[in-house]
Design a protein around this ligand. Structure first.
Ligand code: SAH
Length: 457
């Protein structure tokens, strides 16, 4: 039997928005049926027109707003709508922090069935702009000159950008100057359709504490016209450059970097700090894009781990060992596990760089390595997980339940899978004591949170 929906296409209806989607659209419900409406904010009352319906949800557009959110502001960025890199500039920062806290609390209740967990107010930035330390822009051509910026939403049309309000100003300067220098030296933009040309992307990385700059030129082939002159112009005109790297990507792909990387000038890596820990960052390394807030997040993880110096700690999904090295300063020993071999090489190098000798790293799947350790009798006092968006594998959760570390600290970039996994751990004998959302990506819908669990059974 065909189910009847509470609304149909072309209906005009009055709604109150309750929530935000990951794309930043407002969510209103009609008899439990969710409708997604761009540019609407939670708390707003409006008339909408239903544009499209499917079985589980529908889409609409704003017709008239009766009551505006007190947190609505005018987005300061002139290219906000075209770009799509930010989703929440029309919501004040205070409103963003509240929305993120509410989102975490709501999913913990709805998905995790955790009614009474304390979800603290989101820890935000005092200045929630200009925080990103990495910029990578696709390069195109317009009227014979190089342009670079971003792909217009839902297209592959490149729009030129002079400034990005969530980028470090230094990165804006670097990208702009490198674009001009390449232009002057006869470099042609890569043409996606014809698979011809030279320069595909420019990437800039900036060490906030050290001031180091790395420039990566992603080219279609090894050839780069006037390479020597380009290097000379860059080093003469841009302060702080420590490394110029060429990455060759000859594939017809949306993936930015190719497999071949060579240093054109200077060092292979630049350095930066999170807290007291120094990190070497190569062109291909993963490194947190907002180190200031990363410190806030890891300090919280450290506080929740409550280390005294006697504990053996496992850091699952450790990446380049950022959390592991942070914890090692306060633990007896830390074992990090990560699936990407290059990240583990970086982790080992970073341990050496900081003279940290009580940390070791293993390459492999957390859900395979940790159960194997457990079978051999290896137990941890504290287990930290920081999984990708899809959350922890069930086999890992089961091993945690069997291994019974006294504390589990769960760092999450997706509240939905966090809630799901907390439910499993709760059923296995853990209690979620508190959850702290941290705003790592102001102006966007990304939500990070760290949860503290203790063993009760
Ligand atoms: N803790 C790190 C990185 C967290 S991102 C930091 O704060 O910098 C999640 C990491 O999990 C990524 O590095 C990804 O490569 C890794 N990963 C993904 N699936 C995995 C798996 N099954 N086992 C181990 N690591 C995995």
């Amino acid at each position: 039997m065909k189910q009847t929906l509470p609304v149909k296409k072309n209906d005009y209806i009055d709604v109150t928005f309750e929530d935000l989607t990951h794309e930043g659209a407002g969510v209103a419900k009609v008899d439990g049926y969710p409708l997604f409406v761009p540019n609407a904010l939670p708390g707003e009352k409006a008339q909408i027109k239903v544009l499209k319906t499917s079985k589980g949800y529908g889409f609409g557009k704003l017709i008239e707003t009766y009551e505006e959110s007190p947190y609505r502001v005018t987005a300061p960025c002139p290219i906000y709508k075209e770009c799509g890199g930010c989703q929440l500039q029309h919501l004040s920062y205070e409103g963003q922090l509240l929305a993120k806290q509410k989102q975490v609390r709501d999913v913990l209740t709805r998905i995790g069935k955790l009614e009474n967990v304390t979800v603290h107010p989101t820890l935000g930035m005092s200045d929630p702009w200009r925080y990103r330390n990495k910029s990578q822009v696709p390069i195109g051509e317009h009227e014979g000159g190089l342009i670079g910026g971003f792909y217009q939403q839902r297209s592959h049309q490149i729009i030129d950008m002079k400034s990005c309000l969530i980028q470090q100003e230094k990165n804006d300067e670097v990208i702009q100057k490198v674009k001009d220098i390449c232009n002057k030296n006869g470099v042609r933009a890569y043409d996606e359709q014809r698979h011809k040309g030279d320069l595909r992307h420019i990437m800039a990385r900036y060490g906030l504490v050290t001031g180091d700059v790395m420039i990566v030129l992603v080219t279609k082939s090894k050839d780069l016209p006037n390479r020597k002159k380009i290097i000379a112009d860059i080093t003469e005109n841009i302060a702080g450059v420590k490394s110029i790297v060429q990455n060759v990507n000859n594939k017809k792909t949306n993936v930015i970097m190719g497999d071949e990387t060579r240093v054109l000038w200077g060092q292979e890596v630049i350095y930066d700090y999170i807290g007291d820990v120094r990190f070497a960052i190569s062109a291909r390394s993963f490194y947190q894009v907002n180190p200031e807030q990363t410190k806030v997040l890891y300090d919280k993880a450290l506080e929740y781990a409550a280390l005294t110096g006697k504990e053996e700690v496992i850091d699952a999904y450790c990446g380049i060992g950022t959390i592991s090295l942070f914890l090692a300063q306060k633990a007896k020993f830390v074992f990090g596990v990560e699936i990407v071999p290059e990240a583990i090489e970086d982790a080992k190098r970073n341990a050496e760089l900081n003279n940290i000798t009580n940390a070791n790293f293993a390459v492999g799947k957390a859900e395979e390595i940790i159960p194997a350790w457990y079978e051999k009798g290896h137990k941890a006092d504290v287990l930290v997980v920081d999984p990708p968006r899809k959350g922890c594998d069930e086999a890992l959760l089961q091993t945690i339940i069997d291994m019974k570390p006294k504390k589990v600290v769960y760092v999450s970039c997706n509240p939905g899978t966090l809630a799901r996994d907390l439910r499993v751990l709760e059923d296995g004998g853990y209690r979620t004591v508190e959850v702290q959302p941290v705003d790592m990506f102001p102006q966007t819908t990304h939500v990070e949170a760290v949860a503290k669990l203790t063993l009760v059974l």
